[in-house]
Write a protein that binds this ligand. Sequence first.
Ligand SMILES: Cc1cc2nc3c(=O)[nH]c(=O)nc-3n(C[C@H](O)[C@H](O)[C@H](O)COP(=O)(O)OP(=O)(O)OC[C@H]3O[C@@H](n4cnc5c(N)ncnc54)[C@H](O)[C@@H]3O)c2cc1C
Length: 289
Amino acid sequence: MKIIDIIRSKPVTLSFEVFPPRTDDRYDSVAQAVSALSFLAPDYMSVTYGAGGGTSKNTVRIATDIEKLHHTTALAHLTCLSSTNKDIRTILGELRDNGIHNVLALRGDQPHPDSGAPVPHDYRYAFELVRDIRAFGDFCVGAACHPEGHPDRVGPEEEIIHIRDKVDQGVDFLVTQFFFDNQKFYNFVDRLRGAGIDTPIIVGVMPVTSVKSLERMIAISGTSVTPRMKTLLSRWGDDPESLSQAGILHASEQILDLVSNGFGGIHIYTMNKPAIAGAIRNNIGFLLS
Ligand SMILES: Cc1cc2nc3c(=O)[nH]c(=O)nc-3n(C[C@H](O)[C@H](O)[C@H](O)COP(=O)(O)OP(=O)(O)OC[C@H]3O[C@@H](n4cnc5c(N)ncnc54)[C@H](O)[C@@H]3O)c2cc1C
């Protein structure tokens, strides 16, 4: 099913992000997490691409499991910066052949200069990938947006112009980077709507469960840590169980506020942890009916 049709059919949707295994020997443990997450009956599940060293092969494989084994709609992430046009067409063909109808079109990050990874020059920005996916065929296409600005820091006005470039190429929906301050998101939406961009927005929510992983994510995303989050981290940062509980409650409250303010597309960055996603679902389940 196409995600745009799911979004249009209900006021509140709950979806999960998972990441594929970096190596084949970890496939089974990720597959188990995906299976447990699918039991929570999300409206769809997204699978990251290349992030943190995951392979494209495993993105396609996990997305296929989601569709075929778990009968849940899959959203395959796809990045373009390190790919040629030919690579992209090959992966789109594999996705189509495996019954996957939804792609999140992303730029990806520059490979580290010391990594030795080749950098083709077919793509510079995500809007070029959106254009090529549209040209390839009948996919529902999402793209990223960054309510607190992208770490490249082009400035808030220019950021909106570049989101428009993606929308003009045919993006069906936007998915946000995670943030902790909903007001910053509401201000961002005002700027988008003020610029005439009325594309549906899915809100990415990150439950904080570990100081270390949060620090890593913040370094990549540029998300700011609110005073409230700082307090949670300093009070329970050394106590993983309590921090997880605090992270679950913080994410649940954030979702309640978002839904109350009319933002019903909720996407949880699960970090492949079904227990955390399940606890949030228990808290906010009543919002889904
Ligand atoms: C929801 C979500 C999911 C993600 N999933 C993954 C994943 O699976 N794998 C992964 O590797 N990474 C992932 N990322 C990270 C993403 O790849 C990085 O944030 C990347 O640096 C930017 O991607 P983008 O698609 O937003 O890029 P773009 O839309 O290309 O924007 C990147 C920057 O370039 C600027 N820009 C755009 N067009 C132009 C132009 N014409 N001229 C000048 N500047 C321009 C933008 O304003 C922005 O600052 C994800 C991010 C999000 C928010």
